[in-house]
Design a protein around this ligand. Sequence first.
Ligand code: G1P
Length: 291
Amino acid sequence: MPRSVRKAVIPAAGLGTRFLPATKAVPKEMLPLVDKPSIQYVVEEAVAAGITDILIITGRGKRDVEDHFDRSVELEAFLREAGKEEELNTVRAISGLAQIHFIRQGQPLGLGHAIGLARHHVGDESFAVMLPDDLCHPKSAILSGMLVAHQQTGASVLCLKQVDHREVSLYGCVAFDGYNGSMVQVRDLVEKPAPEDAPSDLGVMGRYVLTPAIFDAIAATRPGRGGEIQLTDAIRGLLDREPVFGYTFSEGRFDVGNKLDFLKATVAFALERDDLGPEFRSFLEEVVRGR
Ligand code: G1P
């Protein structure tokens, strides 16, 4: 029986050009959904799935991400003196979520390259990769389901979703055999194919559980699409050595690197809040009715 997965890697070195000008001076992972930066939702998702060690791969201009997960001694002292207990607890809880580590990707050489940098930290154990542009609803349990699938198979598990045929070119895309319930066996992968070349409409969403064999596969991967070392190509290399499975799901994921999905996630999360939801709902109803 494989050991349970303890570590997650979150690659957060991307420049966020889809969200300019907001991301000119602020890391895209720090853009808030309601009152929490998007990357905090991803860290909380990992913790909820039982992960205790998180490596965030950053790059230039990402110091705010490190500061967010660090203690903030001055702010905590101020809140304590001001008697703002609730805010103090909120701030302190962030640095206690998990053991959070950082390394920097010096050059933007691709997602596969970024994950390859985690080799020393991860060592010889399976681990999760969580792309912070892909936000899962806190109740979605997608990662937990993938971890169970990994526990049962001992193999790498990719998160897959049926996408609109015209949108396959935005994703890694798989050829697969039916397997069991929500699971498929992955036979081949291609990074962002043209719709006419796509092996299926099942796209890879930003959650992966990978065996440590991925590191040799990354080391053997040459630059692919966009001249970058692609994680998709490395997983394709892994297929020569071991099986790879896909965990399919349909609900509860937002691409918060996309403006429309970012707005949808903001509205969905705000509506669920006890403190904001009821008034916000009335406001939205008024807006939709045209006032
Ligand atoms: C990355 C991966 C792609 C995957 C996608 C999921 O692409 O390269 O295979 O399907 O994330 O969001 P990106 O969206 O970073 O360009």
